[in-house]
Design a protein around this ligand. Structure first.
Ligand code: PHE
Length: 446
C-alpha cells in the first residue's frame, strides 16, 4: 500500500480516543479490579500506577515513534528500521493471537449477561449467581456470544480505519465514560461504601512491593495500555505528522488510569456493601456484581447498563488487536484489507473455539492452568508483553540513533522538546532495567 493511499485518523482528539479505546477495555474494568482484589486493593493500585508512569508510557512512546515514522504494521514497521528486528513485530503478532484467543470469550460473557439483564432472567427469584455462572459456562451460550462478539468486531474492521475504527471509538468512548461516572456516583450511596473505599485507597506498602505484586502489576500495566505487542505501532501508523505523541501517550495513560480507578471505586464499595469478598478472581464481575445489583431497585436496568459498559469497552479493544492482525496480513502478504479482515476473523473464531471447548489441568509456577484461556492470559500479560516492551526499549533506546526517538516525539522540533531528553533516559535506561528486574524476580530467577 503506498503512503498516499494509507488511511489516517482525523484530528488530535481522534488519535487520543482511538488509542484510549484500545487501551481501556476488559483490562481496566474486568482484569484490574479482580487483580487489585487479590493483591491488597490500594497496594496494587499504587504499584500499578508507578508501572504505568515509569515503564508503560516510555514503551508506548517507543511504539508510537516506530509506527508514525514508518507508517507500517507491527512487523513491517520494525523491519523497515532494521531487518533483524522484525522478530519484535512477530512477537506482537503472536501476542495478538494469544489475546484474541481468550478476550472474546470474556467479551461474550458480558453480552450474555447484558441480554439476560434486559430480559430479566438473570434476576429470577432465588438464583445463586455462582452456580448460574458455572452452568452458563458449561452451556453452549458462550460459544454463541463469543462468535457474535467476533462478528461485531469484524463489521467495524471491514468498514476500514476511518469509517470503522475511528468512528466507532469516537462514539463509544464518551458513552463509556458517562456510564462509568454515573455508576460510581450510584455506588457511593450504598451502605458500606466507605469500607470499600478504605480497602481500595489505603495501601499496605509491604504487600505493594512484593515480587508477586510487582510482577502482576507490571503485566497489568502493559496489558491495560495495549503496549508491548505492536498495537500502538499499528495505530500510530495512522497518526499524521502533527499528532503530538507525548500528549497522546499521556492522555491515553491518564484516561486508562482514570477508568481503572473508577472501576475500583464502583466495584469495591459495592462488594463490601453486599458483604462479599473482593478476592473472587476472574469471575468477580460476573458473580459478585449481580449479587449486588439484585438488592437494588431496578436491578435489571443497572445491571444492563453495567454490562453495556463492559461490552463497549471490550469492543474498542477487540478492534485494536483485530487491526494488528489485519494490517499485518494485508500489508505483509499483499492481500486486500477485506480478505485480511476475513482471515483474521476466521483465525480468531478457531482460537476462541479451542479455548471454549478444550480443558486440561497442569501446574506451572504455582498457578493452575485449566484451558488455553489461562495460558493465553498469563502468557500474554506476564511473558510476551513484558518481553516485547523490554525489547522495544532496547531497540528505540540503543539500536536506533538517539535522534530517532527525540525527533519523533518532538515532531522534528515543532513541539517544545524540553522533556525529550528525559524521556529518552527513561526508555534507554530506566524502563528496560526495571522491566527485566521485575520480570526475572517475578519468575523467581533470583
Ligand atoms: N488494553 C486492552 C484492555 O485493557 C487489551 C489489549 C491488550 C488490547 C493489548 C490490545 C493490545 O482491555
Amino acid at each position: 500500500m503506498s503512503d498516499k493511499k494509507r488511511a489516517s485518523f482525523g484530528g488530535k482528539l481522534s488519535a487520543i480516543l482511538v488509542a484510549a479505546g484500545s487501551a481501556i477495555g476488559l483490562g481496566s474494568i474486568w482484569r484490574f479490579p479482580y487483580l487489585a482484589g487479590e493483591h491488597g486493593g490500594a497496594a496494587f493500585l499504587l504499584v500499578y500506577l508507578l508501572c504505568v508512569l515509569i515503564i508503560a508510557i516510555p514503551v508506548m512512546l517507543g511504539e508510537f515513534a516506530v509506527g508514525r515514522y514508518t507508517h507500517k504494521n507491527a512487523v513491517g514497521g520494525f523491519r523497515q528500521l532494521s531487518k533483524n528486528w522484525q522478530i519484535l513485530g512477530f512477537n506482537g503478532i503472536l501476542c495478538a493471537l494469544f489475546i484474541s484467543g481468550y478476550y472474546y470469550v470474556i467479551a461474550g460473557w458480558s453480552l450474555d449477561y447484558l441480554v439476560n439483564s434486559i430480559n430479566g432472567s438473570l434476576y429470577n427469584e432465588g438464583i445463586n449467581f455462582a452456580e448460574q455462572f458455572t452452568a452458563f459456562k458449561a452451556s453452549s451460550w458462550p460459544i454463541v456470544y463469543t462468535i457474535i462478539f467476533i462478528l461485531l468486531t469484524h463489521f467495524i474492521i471491514i468498514k476500514g480505519v476511518e469509517k470503522g475504527i475511528e468512528k466507532a471509538s469516537n462514539i463509544m468512548m464518551p458513552i463509556l465514560f458517562i456510564i462509568l461516572i454515573f455508576m460510581a456516583i450510584r455506588v457511593a450511596f450504598m451502605p458500606s461504601a466507605a469500607e470499600g473505599y478504605r480497602f481500595f485507597l489505603t495501601p499496605d506498602f509491604k504487600q505493594a512491593f512484593s515480587p508477586e505484586t510487582l510482577f502482576t502489576a507490571a503485566g497489568q500495566a502493559f496489558f491495560s495500555l495495549s503496549v508491548g505487542m505492536g498495537c500502538m505501532v499499528t495505530y500510530a501508523s495512522y497518526f499524521n505528522e502533527k499528532t503530538n505523541l507525548i500528549g497522546t501517550s499521556l492522555s491515553v495513560s491518564l484516561l486508562t488510569l482514570f477508568v481503572a480507578t473508577l472501576a475500583g471505586l464502583v466495584i469495591f464499595p459495592a462488594v463490601f456493601s453486599a458483604g462479599l469478598q473482593p478476592t473472587e478472581g476472574p469471575s468477580l464481575i460476573f458473580i459478585t456484581l449481580p449479587e449486588i445489583f439484585k438488592d437494588m431497585p431496578l436491578a435489571p436496568l443497572w445491571s444492563a447498563i453495567f454490562f453495556i459498559l463492559i461490552a463497549l469497552a471490550a469492543l474498542t479493544s477487540t478492534i485494536s488487536f483485530h487491526e494488528v492482525l489485519t494490517a499485518y496480513i494485508a500489508e505483509e502478504h499483499k492481500l486486500s484489507r477485506k480478505v485480511a479482515t476475513y482471515m483474521t476473523t476466521g483465525i480468531t473464531i478457531i482460537l476462541s473455539l479451542i479455548t471454549l471447548l478444550w480443558t486440561f489441568d497442569f501446574e506451572f509456577m504455582g498457578k493452575t492452568f485449566t484451558s488455553t484461556f489461562d495460558i493465553y492470559d498469563y502468557g500474554s500479560a506476564n511473558i510476551l508483553l513484558p518481553l516485547g516492551g523490554f525489547f522495544t526499549c532496547i531497540f528505540v533506546g540503543w539500536v536506533m540513533k538517539p535522534s530517532f526517538f527525540k525527533n519523533e516525539i518532538s515532531n522534528y522540533g515543532q513541539l517544545p522538546g524540553k522533556v525529550a531528553p528525559a524521556l529518552f533516559i527513561l526508555i534507554r535506561y530506566i524502563a528496560p532495567v526495571l522491566i527485566m528486574y521485575i520480570f526475572l524476580k517475578g519468575l523467581g530467577v533470583f
